[in-house]
Ligand binder design. Structure first.
Ligand code: URA
Length: 235
């Protein structure tokens, strides 16, 4: 791909803007040598104003989503995309969240511009597990693990029962729940079906990938080993 198009696609500006950046000598190699629009240079050797170029298409990153931000582009309030660099919101191909977390759910949220990868992660066939840590308004009854594992739990207004899910009780009102589907408000509705109410909900893992030490509200790009972890079962 031509350099002007490549850089414009990364959100640095229109092709006209990027052509002007070349002319102004702002686009260089790591030694500060000015590059020209028809040069052929590896992605990692391009600098803009001495800064490395943003990652190429095929990007996947994770965010530790805080409370009170929405997984939407249109919501008038704070949205998850506001937590990424503004340039990431105007990239081509478009960077999207991989599924959604509720406004009041925190934790691991992936983003990618790779449609095939996104589909591979969210497809029910792929059986990528998602682990949620929940605190509850009331004590667990004791039969939840069996019910969630049964594969027979039918949520209100749904036609298909939920696939089996694993509940690990950590305390009377504290549990980990591992699911392989991504139905609307699934975890809250599952506990709701047992007469309980989720007070706090955090996603702590997707497949074998965990949040690690990533602080709330921060994001980082995943490397290829971490991408493989997503498909490698539970943490
Ligand atoms: N289940 C929910 O209820 N909410 C989420 O955000 C994710 C899963």
């Amino acid at each position: 791909m031509k350099l002007v198009k490549l850089i414009a696609n990364l959100g640095y500006g229109s092709r006209k803007d990027v052509s002007q950046m070349f002319r102004a000598g702002r686009i260089t190699d790591p030694d500060g040598e000015v590059l020209y629009a028809d040069d052929v240079v590896p992605h990692e050797s391009i600098r803009i104003d001495d800064e490395p170029l943003d990652p190429a298409a095929g990007l996947i990153l994770m965010l530790n989503k805080p409370l009170a931000v929405t997984c939407s582009r249109k919501d008038p309030g704070r949205v998850v995309y506001d937590l990424l660099p503004p340039r990431y919101n105007v990239r081509t191909p478009v960077l999207s969240s991989v599924g959604r977390l509720d406004r009041d759910t925190t934790g691991l949220l992936l983003f990618t511009d790779d449609g095939a990868l996104l589909h591979r992660i969210i497809s029910p066939k792929a059986q990528v597990s998602k682990v949620y840590e929940a605190t509850l308004a009331q004590d667990l009854r004791g039969d939840e693990a069996e019910l969630f594992a049964s594969g027979t739990l039918l949520l209100e207004s749904e036609k298909e029962p939920l696939a089996p899910a694993i509940l690990e009780v950590l305390g009377p009102r504290h549990a980990l729940l591992t699911v392989t589907e991504g139905r609307y408000h699934q975890v809250r509705r599952m506990f709701g079906a047992t007469g309980n109410h989720v007070e706090t909900l955090q996603r702590i893992a997707v497949g074998g990938l965990t949040l690690g030490e990533l602080p709330l509200g921060e994001w980082r790009v995943l490397n290829t080993d971490e991408i493989s972890l997503i498909f490698s079962g539970n943490p």
